[in-house]
Every structure is written in structure tokens, then in C-alpha cells.
Design a protein around this ligand. Structure first.
Ligand SMILES: [Zn+2]
Length: 253
């Protein structure tokens, strides 16, 4: 049993062959795909896609789009989050990769959406790029936090320990298969498998075997293989436990 816990198959890169890509994933043994709607122009497309069996959705406002926030959009988000196939608020968070991003605004929108998740009792899927210390500071301001995952984890093992102590899981993606991923390999070695989800974040971050091409949900196998290799565990065990972690976190049927 294997689950791609974070995919963007509604991205335009899949417009010509989306259903083939999805069929390939399910034929290769994937149990579920979690489709992420974090850009308002794609929200409806994600809601439509998640009507398919074995596809669940999550909705949120990505930190890169923090400046698009307004009350009308927030109301639409609340409405989408009430969909029966929607399992989480995400991806939300902080992204300090580019200098011109408004960090203060990102924090405000992040906090707003964490509060929303608490209000509706759904987990969060967190995006964090070059902002781990600030993300941890934001979390520390909450008396209680929702359950959730730090998706596409790229922090240090020390930062992983802090978020694990706060009750979060971490999501592992294609970069763990890259030759220069020593920091991430150390995280994988030391974090218990019960705290790990596997994901593709497709169409980006294709695993080494497919690097430079479009990533897709069926390639999540490569991530599970690499984790099995690093942790010296049977591949099947990595698939089953990470799938169970996903089912439990997102309360999938
Ligand atoms: Zn993503």
C-alpha cells in the first residue's frame, strides 16, 4: 500500500494527459492521491478532480500568494474546506526564498489559516522554504496546534526534532534521492518511520531516476525505495507504514 500524500496534478503540466497519469498511478498500486489546491485559480479544478474515487483534496492559500488574500477569497476557502473529500488546510506556510516576498504578510496569513484549521478541526499541510526558524516561532505562539505535516521537509535534523515534538509529521519527496542530499538523509535516518509521509509534490522535484522531467504520482515509489535503503528496512514496510501514517493524519476512509 502506497499513497502520494501531496500532488499537484491539476497543474497545467498535466493538461494533455491528466487521466492517463492518474490511471498509471493507481495501476502501479497507489491507494490514494492527495491533491493540493493552494492557488485560488486552481481551487475549483481541484474540487472537481477530487470527485474521483481515491483522490482527496486540501485547500489553502500558498505563502507566495499571501498578497492575494481578501475576505471574499477567505470565504470561498472556508466553503471549499467543508467539502466531504477535503481532508486538510494546505498548503500554507512561509516562503522566504525570494527577497521581495512580504514576510510579515505571509506570517499573518499563515496564522489566520492555522486558526481556521483549529476552528474546523482539520489538520494542516505546511510549506516552509528557507524559513524554518520563523515557522517554529509562529507555532510557539499557539497554545494548542492542529495536527499536521511539514511537507517537503528541507530543514535540519535539529529542526525536525522540534516540529516532531510539536506533534507534526514530516513529508519526504524526490530530493532524498539526489546525490547531494546529505542533510535530508540524516533527517530520514533519525526520524522514526511512524512520523514520515511520502509525497511527490509533482510536477516538480522528480526523483533522481527521472530528474529533469515532469514528476508524477507513480514516481512516489522512488521516494519509498530510497527511505527503505537509508533506514535498511523492507520496501513494503516503508510503503505500508507511511500509508498508514497518511490515513491516520488525514482521517481517510
Ligand atoms: Zn506542494
Amino acid at each position: 500500500m502506497l499513497i502520494d500524500s501531496h500532488a499537484h496534478t491539476t497543474d497545467a503540466h498535466f493538461d494533455t494527459d491528466r487521466q492517463e497519469v492518474l490511471n498509471r498511478a493507481f495501476n502501479s498500486g497507489l491507494k490514494y492521491i492527495l491533491e493540493v489546491g493552494c492557488e485560488p485559480p486552481l481551487w475549483d479544478k481541484v474540487a472537481e478532480l477530487s470527485k474521483q474515487e481515491k483522490i482527496y483534496s486540501m485547500f489553502g492559500l500558498h505563502p507566495q500568494d499571501a498578497d492575494k488574500f481578501n475576505e471574499e477569497l477567505f470565504n470561498k476557502l472556508k466553503c471549499l474546506l467543508s467539502d466531504k473529500k477535503c481532508v486538510a488546510v494546505g498548503e500554507i506556510g512561509l516562503d522566504y526564498h525570494y527577497e521581495n516576498y512580504n514576510r510579515q504578510l505571509q506570517k499573518e496569513i499563515f496564522v489566520k489559516q492555522i486558526n481556521l484549521a483549529l476552528e474546523i478541526n482539520k489538520p494542516i499541510c505546511v510549506h516552509c522554504r528557507d524559513a524554518y526558524d520563523d515557522m517554529i516561532t509562529v507555532f510557539k505562539e499557539f497554545k494548542s496546534l492542529p495536527k499536521g505535516v511539514i511537507h517537503c521537509f528541507s530543514g535540519s535534523y535539529e529542526q525536525a526534532k522540534v516540529v516532531l515534538d510539536m506533534g507534526f509529521l514530516i513529508g519526504i519527496d524526490g530530493p532524498c534521492t539526489y546525490p547531494k542530499s546529505n542533510k535530508l538523509k540524516r533527517v530520514i535516518e533519525n526520524v522514526p518511520l511512524e512520523k514520515i509521509l511520502v509525497e511527490t509534490d509533482c510536477p516538480y522535484l522528480a526523483p533522481q531516476k527521472y530528474r529533469g522531467t515532469r514528476n508524477e504520482p507513480s514516481y512516489v515509489t522512488e521516494v519509498a525505495k530510497k527511505i527503505a535503503e537509508i533506514k535498511v528496512l523492507p520496501f513494503e514496510e516503508v510503503c505500508n507504514i507511511t500509508a498508514n501514517n497518511t490515513i491516520e493524519l488525514y482521517n481517510l476512509k
